[in-house]
Design a protein around this ligand. Structure first.
Ligand code: NAD
Ligand code: MG
Length: 404
């Protein structure tokens, strides 16, 4: 970037596109943006359900575009925005997510759609070389090699806002493209709260209700990631996410349970130094860091009260009670399409659990059966990723029907 354009970027607000604005990460992002009106400007918002909430966000942030899912709602939504005095243009459908994510006037894209539905728009932002605040870990898990290749080709900047990965990013000296050993890293340690079922005995896990699985003790999040946290699949997806973001072999990424959720992750160096990132468990911390990096801005989050925290506990994860973590590690090691298969089977199984069709423990069973029956293949193109996802969904649905 030339000096003139760099100066222009500094002197005008960063234009931000928030995909998944009506969700939990979307709300935290818009809270932070709202604290810094001169620095950030909302260029586009998207939502999938809860259109009334999306309308309120438009009134509050006055974006140039808003993307809704269905063309049949476009006219009435547009009319309501005009009546509210806005000149926001309403677009509809998944292609419109790609359009706003890659729009030439956008500086930063917040990828906060949940699951594989976020893949295409996240990759559009990557191809367009944007600065991307990545929450949508499923997109990276599905398409890892292709995703990172596109990042290298386009020069996109990936800022992790998953709290663990943001913590690791902050504990590394710089982005270790040459591999972690080149910067003296022995291993990465991902912390996990253990979720709401950390102390639930194995024989009671089968009976766990949706409400119990979603009652996260330290984080308030969307339902899919809440169930993933309860099964520890979230940590499994994060292990794969860490391998791609930090160019690490799966064997270099460890998971420890840390129930207080104030140490967000750690980096262990060869000289015996271990760096950790601490803070209150609130997504506005990593979001603020990633938005302003390499500068720092207020996030609206209180400083961590160490005396109130008083103690930090760490324990090993129990992979017998929570086999999803083991399944994810195996998929990371197998490589190719295995992570995409794991992710697709998990999305099918979690949806079935949330709809009351399968028991909590059957989520891992469905993922396991799918991984055993769908052979992993090399994936080089987006079409191959989408094909792996579709094949795994069909197989997972077959197991789901057999089980339920
Ligand atoms: P959420 O369910 O609260 O929000 C999801 C957003 O995606 C909503 O705006 C919804 O309208 C949109 N969406 C859902 N289905 C869609 C579809 N088919 N097409 C387009 N948009 C769709 O979820 P969340 O908790 O905000 O999580 C979002 C992502 O961030 C997930 O990938 C999650 O793993 C990741 N993440 C979340 C947290 C957290 O604290 N919530 C932390 C780290 C990472
Ligand atoms: Mg996380």
């Amino acid at each position: 970037m030339g000096r003139r354009s760099a100066h222009a970027l500094q002197s005008r607000p960063q234009r931000v596109c928030v995909l998944g604005a009506t969700g939990s990460v979307g709300a935290s992002t818009l809270d932070v943006i709202g604290l810094h009106p001169g620095k950030y400007e909302v260029f586009a918002l998207s939502g999938y359900s809860r259109l009334a909430a999306l309308e309120k966000l438009c009134v509050r942030h006055r974006p140039q575009y808003v993307v809704i899912p269905r063309a049949e709602d476009q006219e009435s939504f547009q009319r309501r925005l005009v009546e509210a005095g806005l000149d926001t243009m309403v677009l509809a459908g998944a292609d419109s997510l790609d359009f706003v994510a890659s729009h030439q006037d956008v500086d930063t894209v917040v990828a906060a759609i949940v699951g594989s539905a976020g893949l295409s728009s996240t990759l559009s932002a990557v191809r367009a070389g944007k600065k991307i605040l990545l929450a949508n870990k499923e997109a990276l898990v599905m398409s890892g090699a292709l995703f990172m290749q596109l990042v290298r080709e386009s020069g996109a900047t990936i800022m992790p806002i998953d709290s663990e990965h943001n913590a690791i990013f902050q504990c590394l000296p710089f982005r270790p493209h040459d591999g972690l050993s080149a910067v003296g890293v022995r291993r990465i340690i991902l912390t996990a709260s253990g979720g709401p079922l950390r102390n639930t005995p194995a024989q009671l896990l089968r009976e766990v209700t949706v409400e119990q699985a979603c009652a996260h003790p330290t984080w308030s999040m969307g339902r899919k990631i809440s169930v993933d946290s309860a099964t520890l699949m979230n940590k499994g997806l994060e292990l794969i996410e860490a391998c791609w973001l930090f160019n690490a072999a799966p064997s270099k990424v460890e998971v420890v349970i840390h129930p207080q959720s104030v140490v967000h992750s750690l980096v262990d160096y060869v000289d015996g130094s271990m760096l950790a990132h601490l803070g209150n468990p609130d997504m506005r911390v990593p979001i603020s860091h990633a938005l302003a990096w390499p500068q720092r801005i207020e996030s609206g989050v209180a400083t961590l009260d160490l005396l109130k925290v008083a103690r930090l506990d760490f324990e090993s994860p129990d992979e017998d009670r929570f086999p999803c973590l083991r399944l994810a590690r195996e998929a990371a090691t197998a490589g190719g399409s295995a992570p995409a298969i794991l992710n697709a089977a998990n999305e099918v199984a979690v949806q079935a659990f949330l709809s009351g069709h399968v028991a909590f423990t059957q989520i891992a069973d469905i993922v396991d059966c799918t991984l055993q029956h769908v052979a992993e293949v090399r994936v080089r193109t987006l079409e191959q990723v989408i094909e792996a996802d579709a094949v795994a969904r069909r197989e997972a649905t077959r197991w789901l029907k057999a089980i339920s």
